[in-house]
Design a protein around this ligand. Structure first.
Ligand code: FES
Length: 916
């Protein structure tokens, strides 16, 4: 008879018997991570929606967050780390690396565990079987197709392995892939030390409310509660923001909360005390006030003003003008107009914001998932009232960012709590806190009119976009300024006026999300291009080719690129697929109409462009590298790799420039004490800007070695153990690194180079040089619409992207797939509504069943400024997706939708309205 306490739960974890005493109702995921150290089990939602925490229980995949730990009694539990010797898992891990199926890697343990169960049961599953099996595990990075291919290939015994070595142009495995498939990569919530205190953040339950605290100190009498934080505890400025002059968001609201989810106080205590603390335990009285929600149609009344110095809630405006748009439109043969609206879109990365802070030798160390470690340090210095030298940011693995992790989130709370208690403090946002308190894609209301002459050339273009920037500035100024530069699309438009306004509302701040407003604007421009083409009786692709930018033609900012304008090549690349799909879908619809069937097929195209880096602002990156005396070759690259592949791409570029293989590089990634500032991971700048810094650093180090060896530029450098050799024709010289004096960092040879793209400020009409390079794209989407139900299913994408030079084609494909999946979500299902869609079962993102096959066509029209010709890509990939889908829906149904997302109910209503 078992004489142990009934509160003890005994089960087998990865082959070992374990005893735990879980609290009543404790989730198995929490027991595994916090009691048993199984940090390979990731937690994304705690609600069974994302599947990141999937483990095997008696061989069956189970969301560990939904299973009470006591139910594990007597059962066999396997996590990814326990499957290390499972033959199916081993094949899957290799296959994931060979297909680029793990980008950020936060979903990867759940995917691999679930796929292992499938392969144990079904030896050679096909695509549909894999889709069924993995349907409960969400991935926000990959677009799923590479995961599908990887699992199918693993079932067939794998494929020829991808190379692990190669320089520019080589499709090689990610350098940081092993930790992702082993589940050992440490994300924000994986690094907190045992015994760390935790936080409970009190947030406004109202869109807008005044508030008053009762006796907060009474909380300190609760066992385990150690300290409290409010605005009064912020020693520096109680404000932050990402754009100088727009630091308007308080760490803690002071008298009025301006959005639902805004922080007003935090309580610090032991994990047990914090786990049992509820919002209702904190004495606060709310005075709910009428909020400003949604973009106003008229002047904002004074009572709805959010910030006293921003009249009409206008945070800022943007403008680009060239020629005479009104006169051109008046003289146009045909004009089309429309008002388009888009929704708040949530980033929905699978990793909620997480990290910990500690005090080390009087300095504050913050370990957190971030896209911008140096910006985090600057923001914390302001908030803490301390010099930047007192603060160290140690980025953890980032389980997806897509722009939102450019802004600080948990960092100030962790730092303030660690300073107040002197102890390590850890925190992970709940899924709801992540969704209600962090930035979103700006909803837009876009008014556009475009004219054309009878032969199909654009004559006049007028645009105004209002963007809901939420309660605080975040990246709103960037959106307002970037959009007018891009609203023309990659086309010749001589007579152009584009204006924008970023308008405050009582919603979460809108910020950076892949494209900074350009995807919203492309919806209007690319839809109206189809309407213009239809009105003129010109094929939609031909119309775009007629008007596409070319080398030597000015953009709407008057910028002229003499090389590297690849939009025509992208459009041309779609031509065969376009013509075939037009023919096929027309034939299908003819038959469907004849049979009175409910299904219709459609094909649409759309294009996009995106200027890489900051708009007309300094945008430098610095990379450092060198040899230690023992010939260790270190590359310090501080560009945050959020899954897109910066670690691999920048190392490939550096290796190419230096002339040594990747395997001899020891990579040192972001840490503000030891890596120079490579800028933020945003605006598709890392391959371009940090890549150039890596190229320059590699070239400088190589030049130094050749100079010391008195060798020609064509000489070959080799590193053989501890011997650095230079072979110059028949002459071989050895460089004795041990004989050189090390510097303070231990380098005996070093180089550190900075690259800043050449741009020029824009004048009052937006004329100038906003970006040193643009990347270009055109995509084709096919859809199937059910006229009876209003449902739309994407069935195929063809995506042509001009990347200048594909540094790593596998990573290029990964970006394209992931961007298309996000564009599909934006088009058909995603809408963040404060207070209503604050979790992953009410807020829908594409699942593995939603993303159809994607054919990627890589166009390489080299850019003079890009490293080896390379252009940025991360933002470009979703710009054409939503308008291509809208154009396909229009071609399938004859109905034009001007509001996103096109949910079944919205399409159903539009179809009914259009009925004769
Ligand atoms: Fe799947 Fe990032 S790789 S969520």
């Amino acid at each position: 008879m078992d004489k142990r306490s009934p509160s003890v739960t005994t089960f087998t974890l990865n082959g070992q018997s374990v005893d735990i005493a879980p609290a009543p109702g404790e989730r198995l995921s929490a027991s595994l991570r916090e009691r048993l150290g199984a940090r390979d089990v990731k937690v994304g939602c705690n609600a069974g929606d994302c599947g990141a925490c999937t483990v095997l229980v008696d061989g069956a995949p189970v969301c560990a967050c939904l299973m009470p730990a006591q139910q594990a009694q007597g059962r066999q539990v396997e996590t990814l780390s326990g499957l290390a010797n499972d033959p199916a898992t081993r094949r899957l891990k290799e296959s994931f690396q060979d297909h680029g199926a793990a980008q950020c890697g936060i979903c990867t343990p759940g995917m691999l565990v679930t796929a292992t169960a499938l392969l144990r049961e079904t030896e050679r599953p096909g695509i549909a079987t894999v889709q069924d099996a993995l349907g409960g595990v969400l991935c926000r990075c990959t677009g799923y197709r590479k995961i599908l291919e990887a699992v199918v290939a693993a079932g067939q015994g794998g494929q020829a392995p991808l190379a692990t070595e190669g320089t520019v142009g080589a499709a090689i495995r990610r350098l940081d892939g092993q930790g992702k498939v082993d589940g050992t990569e440490r994300f924000g919530d994986d690094v907190g030390p045992a015994g760390a205190l935790e936080l409970h953040i009190l947030r406004s339950p109202h869109h807008r409310a005044g508030f008053a605290f009762g006796d907060l100190t009474a909380l300190l009498s609760i066992a385990g509660i150690e300290a409290l934080l409010t605005a009064d505890d912020v020693p520096g400025e109680n404000s932050f923001g990402v754009i100088p002059g727009f630091e308007d968001q308080p760490v803690f609201a002071e008298s009025e909360a301006r959005f639902r989810g805004e922080a007003v106080a935090a309580v610090i205590g032991t994990p047990e005390a914090i786990a049992s603390l509820k919002d209702a335990d904190i004495p606060v009285v709310w005075q709910e006030r009428a909020p400003a929600l949604g973009l106003p149609n008229a002047e904002v009344e004074a009572e709805f003003q959010l910030h006293p110095d921003r009249t009409g809630n206008i945070m800022c405006r943007g403008r680009v003008s060239s020629g005479d748009a009104e006169a051109a439109l008046a003289g146009a043969h045909v004009t089309v107009s429309g008002t388009f609206t888009t929704s708040f879109v949530e980033h929905a990365y699978i990793e909620p914001e997480a990290g910990f802070a500690e005090i080390v030798d009087g300095r504050v160390h913050v370990h957190a998932c971030t896209q911008a470690p140096v910006m985090d340090r600057e923001a914390l210095a302001r908030i803490l009232g301390r010099p930047e030298a007192d603060i160290r940011i140690v980025p953890t693995g980032v389980g997806g960012g897509f722009g939102s992790k450019l802004d600080i989130s948990i960092q100030p709370y962790l730092a303030l709590a660690a300073l107040k208690t002197g102890k390590p403090v850890r925190h992970r946002y709940s899924r709801t806190d992540s969704m209600r308190s962090t930035t979103k894609r700006h909803p837009g209301r876009l008014d556009m009119t475009i004219g054309a002459d009878a032969d199909g050339h654009i004559r006049g273009f007028r645009f105004h976009g209002d963007f809901d920037t939420g309660a605080y500035a975040s990246w709103g100024p960037t959106v307002a300024n970037r959009v007018p530069v891009h609203a023309s699309g990659p086309y010749r438009v001589a007579d152009y006026i584009a204006t924008t306004a970023a308008i405050h509302t009582n919603a979460p701040p809108s910020g950076a999300f892949r494209g900074f407003g350009v995807p919203q604007t492309a919806v209007a421009q690319e839809s109206l291009f189809d309407e213009l083409a239809d009105a003129l009786g010109i094929d939609a692709l031909e119309f775009r080719l007629k008007n596409a930018l070319a080398n030597g033609t000015p953009t709407v900012c008057g910028q002229v690129f003499e090389q590297g304008v690849g939009i025509m090549a992208c459009l041309e690349a779609l031509k065969p697929a376009w013509e075939e799909a037009l023919y096929r879908t027309r034939a299908f619809n003819k038959a469907a109409r004849a049979a009175n069937g409910p299904l219709r097929h459609g094909v649409g195209i759309a294009s996009g462009w995106y200027g890489c880096g900051n708009t007309s602002l300094p945008n430098p990156s610095t990379i450092k590298a060198g040899f230690l005396a023992d010939c260790t070759l270190r590359l310090h690259q501080g560009a945050a790799d959020i899954g897109q592949g910066a670690n691999t791409v920048i190392a490939q570029i550096f290796a190419e420039a230096l002339g040594l293989p990747l395997c001899q590089i020891s990579l040192v990634t972001g840490n503000t004490d030891i890596t120079p500032d490579a800028g933020k991971t945003s605006a598709s700048r890392q391959t371009f800007v940090s890549g150039n810094a890596a190229r320059l650093t590699g070239e400088a180090l190589r030049a130094d070695i050749l100079r010391r060896s008195n060798a020609a530029v064509t000489a070959t450098i080799t590193l053989d153990g501890t011997t650095l050799r230079v072979t110059d024709g028949a002459t071989v010289r050895t460089l004795d690194l041990a004989a050189l004096s090390p510097d303070a960092e231990g380098f005996v040879l070093r180089a550190e180079e900075t690259y800043d793209p050449p741009t020029k400020p824009l004048d009052a009409d937006g004329q100038g040089i906003p970006y040193a390079q643009f990347g270009y794209t055109a995509q084709l989407a096919e859809v199937e619409v059910d006229l009876a139900l209003g449902t739309t299913r994407a069935t195929r994408f063809v995506a042509a992207h001009d990347v200048g030079r594909a540094i790593n084609p596998m990573l290029v494909e990964g970006q394209v797939h992931g961007g298309i999946a996000q564009g599909l979500g934006m088009a058909l299902m995603e809408e963040y509504i404060p207070g209503r869609t604050e979790n992953l079962h009410d807020y829908l993102i594409p699942t593995i069943g939603d993303v159809p096959p994607i054919e990627t066509i890589i166009v390489e029209d080299p850019d003079a400024h890009g490293p080896y010709g390379a252009k940025g890509l991360g933002e470009h990939v979703l710009i054409p997706t939503a308008p291509a889908i809208l154009n396909a829906i229009a071609r399938a149904t004859g109905v034009r939708i001007r509001s996103l997302p096109v949910t079944p109910s919205a399409l159903h209503a539009a179809l009914r309205e259009a009925e004769p």
